[in-house]
Ligand binder design. Sequence first.
Ligand code: FAD
Length: 341
Amino acid sequence: MIRHITPLRTRLVGLGARVQSKMVHHKVTIIGSGPAAHTAAIYLARAEMKPTLYEGMMANGIAAGGQLTTTTEIENFPGFPDALSGSELMERMRQQSAKFGTNIITETVSKVDLSSKPFKLWTEFNENSDPVTTDAIILATGASAKRMHLPGEETYWQRGISACAVCDGAVPIFRNKPLAVIGGGDSACEEAEFLTKYGSKVYILVRKDHFRASVIMQRRIEKNPNIIVLFNTVALEAKGDGKLLNVLRIKNVKTGVENDLEVNGLFYAIGHSPATGIVKGQVDEDETGYVQTVPGSSLTSVPGFFAAGDVQDSRYRQAVTSAGSGCIAALDAERYLTAQK
Ligand code: FAD
């Protein structure tokens, strides 16, 4: 849906950047189009910093507008008591960015060079020509949840299958129903514990015969009577009535025995992949590939290069926290650019 918003205008802007690539310089460039990117754009545009935002074209497999475009109702973004769809929320953010003068380009940034100032960047359309230059960059390219791509998963994705318990756990289809979480780390334990607020019981499927989670999390799981841990267990197939998930085919990897587990919800907690490919090796990352920022800021190991949203946040991963960090990045970038004058 997001991809169809004012396509002509944005494509013409993008075309302008392609044709005139020799001359293009942006004061501040935002890469991404989720809540972090658009919040940064709104703040920078209102501060008259003339931001340019590359929103991507199915970058990282996600439509412009980010992860929220892949979901239905958003009930936890403040200001919308009656909820609204993820696509509508992102459309509104995009309109707000554009209203204050953000130059939105519908192209995917394919390469960035942070080795000297001004920074250089190329998009998928100008890879073989002169780069666009920029004094500062805010990376807000987000992340994507790892999925197993089980048979049946495409049918029941967002119809029983999710990768975010905090986002989706409260929806009616999961209320007082048996649910399953796949994963063996702290996230899986946290998600399972959270889901016991809504589900009748929660199974945790762990491929190995032990958790990777911290001991303290394991103790909490053991004490929760509504959580059942199935070790040595993998999921084979998601099944349902064509509309909603109601069974997970599972297998004990030790015995080889297969069973149907009746569940109405399946939550993946097997990690996320931050979209950092274009800056790999150029900026410090943590051990799981997230861009490292100085705590409480968007500052990275490269002055003038800032990171916001899920691409630098492996913990909270929410629209409102991403928006908050987009605001922080805009204020950090503005301060940086003002000091450069
Ligand atoms: P993202 O939303 O990940 O957006 C990044 C964007 O950058 C993408 O559009 C991508 O295409 C683009 N991009 C990537 N690389 C490039 C590039 N090289 N050039 C140009 N563009 C690029 N959170 C909530 O608070 N409430 C919810 O109810 C909720 N539900 C969710 C449901 C689902 C199914 C999912 C997957 C997530 C949900 N979330 C929810 C989490 C929320 O969507 C994310 O935390 C938030 O969108 C992260 O925002 P972001 O700005 O960091 O980036």
